[in-house]
Write a protein that binds this ligand. Structure first.
Ligand SMILES: [Ca+2]
Length: 176
């Protein structure tokens, strides 16, 4: 069921995984954020942010992209300045997709995957993908505006069996 935090402002999402075994194709995981407006909160995203797509107003930023999971600690970092998002945006969903270019890859095949969501030094969520081991993509977090305009956070790990493109279009389809 996960946690519920109200009044979140600037949030950092980090993702880690271990590289694929030597000699095998690299495992490339991607953090994807999708924004939604009040007109269509569970439909198509207003815009998405990932390694190849920036937010038009700079409020959601992919600070670090890894294509192979090499290195220590967290490999990808996304920052959301929810407190700066224009009022038209009422919902933001964050997910993780595994690139499928070398054949179908699921979370269960990637070693040591995990994510952490923080506001400043407060950890809002820290978890792995064991619950969606058979999936190729998963949402991890949902942020929604409440009646007063503040943002609420919910951890929302939900698996999808799609490639990253299809996932980006579908990840907002149901509430957390
Ligand atoms: Ca990546």
């Amino acid at each position: 069921m996960g946690s519920l935090n109200k009044g979140v402002g600037k949030v950092e999402v980090t993702l880690r995984w271990d590289p694929s075994p030597l000699g095998s194709p690299a495992h490339d995981l991607d953090i994807i954020a999708a924004t939604y407006t009040a007109d269509d909160p569970y439909g198509g995203p207003a815009y998405v942010v990932h390694f190849d797509s920036r937010s038009p107003d700079g409020t959601i930023t992919l600070n670090r992209d890894s294509r192979d999971g090499q290195g220590f600690g967290y490999d990808e970092v996304l920052t959301l300045e929810l407190n700066r998002l224009a009022p038209v945006y009422t919902r933001v969903v964050v997910g993780v997709a595994i690139q499928q270019s070398h054949g179908r890859r699921t979370f269960g095949e990637i070693v040591n995957t995990g994510f952490r969501i923080r506001e400043s030094y407060t950890v809002l969520a820290e978890d792995g993908f064991a619950g969606v081991a058979a999936s190729t993509a998963a949402t991890i977090a949902e942020f929604t505006r409440d009646g007063s305009g503040g943002w609420e956070f919910r951890q929302a790990v939900r698996g999808f069996d799609t490639d990253p493109n299809a996932f980006a279009g579908a990840m907002g389809s149901t509430p957390a």
